[in-house]
Ligand binder design. Structure first.
Ligand code: FPP
Length: 238
């Protein structure tokens, strides 16, 4: 597919949805869907790198996902650890910087350790920043930003009158990345589910009926192509 290299999104967010349904449709356990979801993440990371997209943020575990069975939560944590163990060298070679958003300290200690090691190991890479949203929720992130700002006001570090939109953005855990240009949600669901709600004010949203494990490079290209045909006005008149 022919894409306009002059008008590529700088930041793509993906809600990796539909792993469970993918597994069910094949008579497999849900955990197999997540395993395949990780396989697919590999494909999409490669494609983003090839297309020179500098930021990719994927929703891997939400603050609400703790409600799932112990078996499913454990399997997701195990997959994450495996990913950080098996893929780290390759990601590093590809110039990928790994970052996280969300409170990873609440994840199992071994998972948190692997993630911290991966973040440290790849910290100087800049070709592609792959951010894993883990134990992440936008409302929770906005709440913690509010607390940080309130504390600074209390201590006299910031004046109340000085608080503006930039102050909020700078105190969110996403403060190292540009706002997402494009947010993709596969699997036929049409909502943001607490994903980068502040940051997505002017994001283009793109939905597909395909489940995440089947969401290939061709789908990503289609999403970008459609994005390039959208008219982004940011509130301006035509
Ligand atoms: C949504 O599908 C998917 C998740 C809640 C987890 C996504 C996580 C991964 C792909 C693996 C994470 C690991 C790494 C290495 C980032 P669902 O289970 O809600 O699917 P369903 O809606 O069809 O049930």
């Amino acid at each position: 597919m022919q894409l306009n290299r002059e008008n590529m999104p700088k930041h793509i967010g993906v809600i990796m949805d539909g792993n469970g349904r993918w597994a069910k449709s094949k008579g497999l356990k849900r955990t197999m869907g997540h395993k395949q979801g990780v396989e697919n993440l590999r494909t999409i990371v490669k494609e983003c790198k090839r297309l020179e997209i500098p930021f990719l943020t994927v929703y891997a575990f939400s603050t609400e996902n703790w409600k799932r069975t112990q078996e499913e939560v454990s399997s997701l944590m195990w997959l994450l650890e495996q990913y950080m163990t098996r893929e780290l060298k390759e990601l590093h070679k590809e110039g990928v910087r790994i970052k996280t958003i969300g409170d990873i300290n609440e994840l199992p200690e071994s998972t948190c350790k692997k993630l911290t090691e991966g973040i440290e190991y790849t910290k100087d890479n800049r070709d592609l920043t792959l951010t894993l949203a883990l134990n992440y929720g936008s409302r929770s992130d906005i709440t913690q930003a509010t607390k940080l700002i309130a504390d600074k006001v209390k201590n006299g570090e910031i004046l109340l009158e000085e608080i503006n939109e930039e102050t909020i953005s700078n105190h969110l855990s996403t403060n190292f990345m540009p706002d997402p240009d494009l947010i993709i949600r596969p699997s036929g669901e049409y909502r943001l589910s607490n994903f980068m709600m502040w940051e997505s004010s002017y994001s283009e949203l793109w939905f597909s009926n395909i489940n995440w494990p089947d969401f290939g490079a061709d789908q990503l290209q289609q999403a970008i192509s459609d994005y390039q045909n959208r008219d982004r006005r940011f509130g301006n008149a035509k």
